[in-house]
Design a protein around this ligand. Sequence first.
Ligand code: UD1
Ligand code: MG
Length: 449
Amino acid sequence: MQAPLIVIVLAAGKGTRMRSALPKVLHPIAGRPMIQHVVEAAAALDPAQIVVVVGPEGEAIADAVSPHPVVVQRQQLGTADAVKAAREIAAPLIAEGADVLILYGDGPLITSETLARMRGARKDGKAAFIWLGFRPPDPTGYGRLLLSEGNTLAAIVEERDASEEQRKIDLCWAGLLLGEGEALFRLLDAVDNRNAKREYYLTSLVELAAREGLLSSVVEGDSDEVRGVNSRAELAEAEEILQWRLRRRMMEAGVTLIAPETVYFSWDSDLGRDVVVEPHVFFGPGVRVAEGARICAFSHIEGAVIEAGARIGPFARLRPGSVIGPEARIGNFVETKASVLGARAKANHLSYIGDAEVGEGANIGAGTITCNYDGFAKHRTRIAAGAFIGSNTSLVAPVEIGEGAITGAGGTIVEDVPAEALAIARAEQVIRPEGAKRLKARREEGKET
Ligand code: UD1
Ligand code: MG
């Protein structure tokens, strides 16, 4: 039986280099705060507890990681001090012999597979501490791993405390640590701040543990996975890596991406088999696309469900609450919001459909607008199955168009239209024979005087 696991995510750092009003770990990657990626990777290990260490202004982080608790580290005195902030909340599980896994909230690319490998390395109990190592293209700034025989770790030296020789080592600590909880918290009390930064270093544990005969060993990880985000440029790099993971996952699941590098997904994008996505499409959070649908170029989609065989775009915008029925068509420059379109319904050109229900097979003419907002409240438009809305119609909600009804082009529909009725709601056309000719003649006269 493996010991229960406590995950401690460190997120008390100020993130100064982001130059942001938003705490660093709340900056989104693939449509959600980066710390949620970390928490999700940890959750896959089925830990008994996940706790996040935040700084004094961490309330916003508490909301983002809920229902997992946060604890506050009052002053940023170093990584060892940060872990201590979780001592009290972890105590009951530590007493039961729990292991502790330490992660960074600003390392959103870590995968559960790598965490599981660390867990695996603890199984035989030979090493009390497992440190995740990696070989960054440029090791500057990282703690260097000093190995003795086998894979045993003798010490970790921070860049600023390292000798010229030690700085040449390319194997670095990624900041992830898994260890025996009781020993970890006990040894943390012995950590001092006699170093170049005057900080309490978590890395001091290696030597303190060794003095008690507790071994440390190293599991090596992929350098892209342990990348930290400290600046907007690094945020964009992390986004790009994550986007490629999502694009590959989609293609493996049977989705065609004509130009994958131009399509942006969210962490929860869910696309079915044989969906085709043309270039330059953006999927915000909460999108599901069923089998065989086609998303044409330059479409922006969030919080929407697209049923099988539907066709969206080019240049369509689907906002939250849109449900596009099977085989339905949403064409260019059409925006939908909080609206359900039935099977085979069509809105092919230049429309706004908001707070509406559109029945099966209904046809919405070019330029149709649901006037859903009167400046005070939102109102609903109901268009029944098979109805035909003429081009350039304003549907002033609340309003209902009955089954099979037709509205003439250019109408402003303010009253309900019964089933099978024809509604014409525009000024009658007036013809004045030769009127144009007379008008032009009058203009000419005006010019001469
Ligand atoms: C740390 C490691 C270094 C490692 C590197 C990997 C130490 C002493 N050094 O260095 O060996 O190679 O990470 O990225 O641990 N934090 C707190 N409270 C604090 C200090 C830090 O919560 O008081 C959090 C930060 O928000 C951050 C993480 O801990 O997520 C790491 O802190 P940081 O200051 O970036 O450590 P490094 O100097 O990069
Ligand atoms: Mg750092």
